[in-house]
Design a protein around this ligand. Structure first.
Ligand SMILES: NC(=O)c1ccc[n+]([C@@H]2O[C@H](COP(=O)([O-])OP(=O)(O)OC[C@H]3O[C@@H](n4cnc5c(N)ncnc54)[C@H](O)[C@@H]3O)[C@@H](O)[C@H]2O)c1
Ligand SMILES: [Fe+2]
Length: 414
């Protein structure tokens, strides 16, 4: 049975990978640099957009981060409405409320302002506007917003303009929206190119206010995207290149951004790295680090980037030899390889460097809040997410996953 399952997963992944070449992968139009976000109102005016819904969260409103944008929109004569109740892991309720506000005010497009949570909320809202009849759970998976029951009455999701204020999720370029059901603790991704943002503004001024803990963990989320995409089996030339560029840029800049939040160059590089990592994983997928992390987020509210940062070394060690060559290549990008070393030694150097980065940025090495009684459900849900979709380098069975989670729960690896 196990052999048959594995064969099914691999066949599915190969067929999917081949099919993906026929999908138009249109990246968002990019605006980069300090103050770039202020170009948005003029652009909207040129496109004849008059009424927009901005999706954000209360913390960003409280520190007045949107004030300049509001002023510029007013000057351009654009009516804006603000939905600012997005929670750290956007919920069904957030999405329903944002959809209602959009419809009540006859808006013409969505602007997501914030980290992954507002961006994902806006993406899922656009999906719901297009398919009000389809429950969000049914959109879980890939291509499930419009398909499989495309109706004549379906409308395309409204265009989304994304303004990231964290450098981590890459949601401004991905086809994914991760949503949570707080009653069941389920967190699941909706993957569909129709919800990919059309415009993205990478403005480093907006990330200067990120506290140290958020700078480090969101940066490690971006690193996890690049690493999981690169070691997976569904790369293209472009995803491999972007993943490697992201790893290099993150290693060169994350500590500076962490130690000196006002360093605009480091902030810009981190935003771009996060964008490249997003482009890589949205096509080449992530792996077990994310599948487990999403569930630790759902069960214990552990922030996504923090979960990835802690879990990544354990999962990479579990993969073992099958990823040594790929990790050795990443070690070179990261500047931690030694030409005299074997691939296995360089792979170890790379994993050690991740642990070291975590340590330097005050990120722990385990999650004691994991409850033994939850492990089985975490595994079932992680596998539901990963199998057959994630083209992981090696497929875990239940016992493998339980043993990795037990290490994450109790280890003191450093
Ligand atoms: N769609 C995707 O492709 C994708 C990829 C990875 C993660 N995610 C999802 O993204 C979410 C996490 O996003 P996140 O890590 O960006 O955090 P977040 O959006 O949840 O924000 C966390 C906190 O940081 C604050 N914050 C954001 N930017 C700030 C700034 N510049 N200054 C001060 N405070 C700021 C927010 O107000 C919030 O309180 C998770 O739900 C995760 O599942 C989505
Ligand atoms: Fe992520």
């Amino acid at each position: 049975m196990w052999i048959l399952n594995k064969a099914y997963y691999r066949t599915f992944q190969v067929v999917f990978w081949a099919g993906m070449h026929f999908i138009p992968w249109i990246e968002p139009k990019l605006f980069i640099g300090s103050g770039s976000v202020l170009k948005l109102p003029q652009l909207m005016k040129e496109k004849g957009l008059q009424r927009i819904l901005i999706v954000t969260d209360k913390s960003l409103m409280m520190i007045n981060m949107l004030d300049e944008l509001f002023e510029a929109l007013e000057k351009a004569g654009i009516d804006y409405f603000v939905y600012d109740s997005v929670q750290p892991n956007p919920t069904f309720e957030n999405i329903e409320d944002a959809k209602q506000m959009y419809l009540d005010n006859n808006c013409q497009c969505l602007v997501a302002f914030g980290g992954g949570s507002p961006m994902d909320c806006a993406k899922a809202t656009s999906a719901k506007i297009s398919r009000p009849d389809r429950p969000l759970e049914k959109m879980s998976g890939t291509f499930r917003v419009l398909l499989p029951s495309l109706k004549m009455t379906s409308i395309l999701p409204p265009a989304l303009w994304a303004i990231p204020t964290t450098a981590g999720t890459g949601s401004e370029t991905t086809v994914a929206a991760v949503v949570s059901d707080p009653t069941t603790h389920k967190k699941f991704p909706i993957n569909d190119p129709v919800i990919r943002p059309r415009y993205a503004f990478l403005d480093p001024d907006l990330t200067k206010t990120l506290p140290k803990g958020m700078t480090s963990t969101t940066g490690m989320d971006a690193l996890t995207h690049a690493v999981e995409a690169y070691i997976g089996r569904s790369n293209t030339k472009d995803t491999a290149l972007k993943a490697k560029m992201a790893v290099k840029m993150i290693y060169e800049n994350i500590e500076t951004a962490y130690n000196d939040g006002n360093n605009i160059e480091a902030r810009s590089q981190m935003l771009l790295a996060s964008y490249y990592a997003g482009c890589a994983f949205t096509r080449a997928y992530v792996g077990y680090v994310h599948a487990i992390a999403h569930n630790l987020g759902g069960f214990y509210g552990i922030p996504h980037g923090l979960a990835n940062a802690v879990i990544m070394p354990y999962v990479l060690e579990w993969y073992g030899e099958c990823i040594h060559k790929r990790l050795a290549q990443l070690a070179e990008c990261a500047g931690v390889s030694n030409p005299e070393f074997t691939d296995g030694q360089n792979a170890k150097a790379f994993i050690d460097s991740i642990k070291e980065l975590n340590k330097k940025m005050d990120i722990g090495d385990h999650f004691p809040e994991i409850q033994e009684k939850d492990i089985e459900t975490i595994v079932i849900r992680a596998f539901k997410e990963a199998h057959p979709n994630y083209p992981v380098p090696k497929i875990m069975n239940k016992e493998d996953c339980i043993s990795v989670i037990r290490q994450i729960m109790s280890s003191n690896q450093m």
